[in-house]
Design a protein around this ligand. Structure first.
Ligand code: LLP
Length: 420
């Protein structure tokens, strides 16, 4: 049987409890309360280093960008800046956080299919290194708003559809993002940008989707982009998308396999001189983070199912409801007891669809147990909401046995902070 997708370094300690980043999970629950997002900092660093060393083995002409939408927390921006990564921001808000965390503006790449005047103006004033152009309207807007010449990439939808949930496929012609290859708009956008005296076209961007396990589509995307090759093309930004394990049965490709394929594909199609950029989000932070909850009620419906309700749900993890995402779980104080009880994990929201996990096998749960759901480090905190007036959980970073709340828990008063 494959292993649970815990952060690396997770152990069962001498009293039989799970320990993450050297911190006993049940103690974290007492100290910081539940629900809480708990991260093993070492795993985030290890993954950032794995990406960089996979490239460095072949070339020094690359940049690894933290796709910050996966975990837009100042401490995460700071950590990846320290690790030497660049950063992908998708809004003025993410840009503001990246700058506040100390990212060198030249290492910031700004995305968005509808950047506002205010966002473009901020990017220009802050000397953001590169904008990724997404539409003809945006090209017009840039020419009007930008205070100076700006390096840009053109985002292309190469017509490649990886097998993942349709909500997170982004490389097909029928997409709100970028310029189509098949319909000739990408070629027109390139021509239009080359003719602009405000915009300095230096390369192409594509991102075909997210949570992808087959790596072949990434090669096909590079081959498709080859049709647009030109002397101006010094940078190829190939987006993110590498999948992670959410459950014991998932086996995603390694970072090394994924990077090697991209390097090889670029060399085959564009030669050795083009700088390769990638934008991992999920695969930097996803398995580094877990969510801990406290079990509050247990409802057995004889012959039907047993529900256990935890103190969070669709406000802290929307992914099961949005993408039918599957998770696994474990009781943090009894990780090695036989998982002999099948239960459905429900949240606390006023909605029947608020189910985090259907039919998961646990050591017989009791009220008060701490339930740990692995692989919630990406797009959990970032898509959290206040449905039913639920305060959002804190983000706890654990490293070498020290735990620190890098984002505090929201309070009931916070819920009214913007009310006039
Ligand atoms: N670059 C661009 C331009 C993107 O749009 C994305 C993700 C990434 C990079 C990072 O992709 P990753 O390495 O994380 O797959 N909320 C969804 C995921 C949406 C991804 C959006 N774009 C989820 O929870 O699965």
């Amino acid at each position: 049987m494959a292993a649970m997708p815990y952060p690396s370094g997770t152990i069962t300690n001498s009293i039989g409890h799970l320990e993450i980043g050297g911190c006993d999970v049940t103690e974290l629950a007492s100290e910081f309360g539940t629900p809480a997002y708990v991260f093993a900092v070492a795993e985030m660093r290890d993954r950032a280093r794995a990406y960089q060393s996979a490239f460095a083995a072949h070339t020094d002409h690359f940049e690894v960008l933290f796709a910050s939408k996966a975990l837009p927390v100042t401490a995460a921006y700071r950590l990846f800046a320290e690790e030497g990564l660049s950063v992908d921001v998708a809004s003025g808000g993410e840009l503001t956080m990246a700058l506040a965390a100390g990212f060198d503006p030249s290492k910031i790449y700004m995305h968005g299919n509808n950047k506002t005047d205010a966002e473009l103006d901020l990017a220009s004033r802050m000397d953001v290194g590169h904008l990724i152009l997404d539409s003809f309207d945006e090209i017009d807007r840039c020419e009007r708003v930008l205070g100076k010449t700006q390096d840009v990439l053109v985002r292309v939808t190469p017509g490649i559809k990886p097998s993942t949930h349709s909500f997170i496929q982004t490389g097909q012609l029928d997409s709100k993002f970028g310029f189509g290859l098949e319909d000739g708009t990408a070629a027109r956008a390139i021509e239009r940008t080359l003719a602009s005296d405000k915009l300095n076209l230096v390369g192409l961007h594509c991102h075909i989707g997210s949570q992808i396990f087959e790596i072949e589509p990434f090669r096909l995307a590079v081959e498709a982009l080859g049709a647009l090759r030109g002397d101006w093309c010094r940078i190829l930004d190939l987006g993110g998308g590498l999948g992670i394990a959410y459950g014991e049965e998932d086996s995603p490709p390694s970072i090394g396999e994924y990077v090697n394929l991209k390097i090889q594909a670029v060399r085959d199609v564009f030669g050795n001189d083009v700088k390769i950029l990638i934008e991992p989000g999920r695969s930097l932070v996803g398995t580094a983070g877990v969510t801990i909850y406290r079990v509050g009620t247990i409802k057995e419906i004889p012959g039907v199912r047993t529900y256990i309700a935890v103190d969070g749900g669709m406000s802290d993890n929307l992914r099961p409801m949005l993408y039918d995402a599957k998770y696994t779980a474990v009781i943090a104080s009894r990780p090695n007891d036989p998982a002999d009880t099948t239960v459905t994990v429900a949240g606390s929201h006023c909605e029947s669809g608020d189910i985090l996990i259907r039919d998961v096998d646990l050591a017989k749960p009791r009220v008060g147990d701490i339930l740990l759901v692995p692989a919630t480090g990406a797009y959990g905190h970032s898509m959290a909401n206040n449905y039913n007036g639920m305060p959002r959980p804190p983000v706890i970073f654990c490293e070498d046995g020290e735990a620190e709340a890098v984002v505090r828990r929201e309070t009931w008063d916070d819920l009214m902070a913007r009310d006039m």
